[in-house]
Ligand binder design. Sequence first.
Ligand code: CP
Ligand code: NVA
Length: 306
Amino acid sequence: MEALKGRDFLGLADITPDEIQELLKLAAQLKGNQVSLRCNKVLGLLFYKASTRTRVSFSVAMYQLGGQVMDLNPNVTQVGRGEPVIDTARVLDRYLDILAIRTFEQKELETFAEYSQIPIINALTDLEHPCQVLADLLTIQERFGELSGATLTYLGDGNNVAHSLMLGCALVGMNVRVATPPAYQPEQGIVERAKQIANGRTQVMLTDDPVAAAKGAHVLYTDVWASMGQEASADERIPVFQPYQVNEQLLACADSEAIVLHCLPAHRGEEITDEVMEGTRSRIWDQAENRMHAQKALLASLLGAD
Ligand code: CP
Ligand code: NVA
């Protein structure tokens, strides 16, 4: 995938419909051992927030490509003591081949990208979680064969995961419905960008009605009601988000073949019931596995592995 070589991946709007299809195809081929790619490069992981899946799946993907990984935890680097981003970025650029960052502000990621030449990957910000959505789309493609024309309904907080899903679905020709409490709608800039990408060919729908949103959907998707950094408001969010819980009753409104996805970690009994998580419609564990395959394709493409 020469087209992505050397580029940043700060959000899903950074890639075209053709490029996302190529990435998903490569991810499926890597998963099926139909292709084998090698690159002797070094990936840095600079995570200001906790992570299990993203950290481990990026690490294993890089090891399997024959590369190395450096954990640049802010607690053990000068980053945690306040060294300016514009200094850190220019120094890491001289050592590493590629850098994945998990942080709060999208602006900080953009500053890293501005002050370094190496590819910068968004490993989650408050605005987007694009690597997650590559894996989500791979999971949906595995289940239905075709992405185009399918309908995904997201229920919960209209923040990072919802934003990337809106952009990702628009890029692959899927309809996307986002059901949130009125005060937790997605950011307008993302809604407009998703509509621009969809260009009237597919639906980008916002609603506060979970049942209407779930009706006939092929995928029901949820995420925690209080994201990392929002823990202080967790208790007050519970009653507001309760009607958006993914449970058997809501699942009954979806298509009879519908699958359920969750980016994890889950708060069982809040945004999703135990019954649905462990039920036959759940593809949550395949989805978690697919983080590794999708990110291996992304790393290989950004690094120009062959
Ligand atoms: N879904 C996801 O990004 O999980 P982690 O926070 O464990 O990386
Ligand atoms: N919205 C969640 C996603 C975790 C993978 C958060 O930002 O904490």
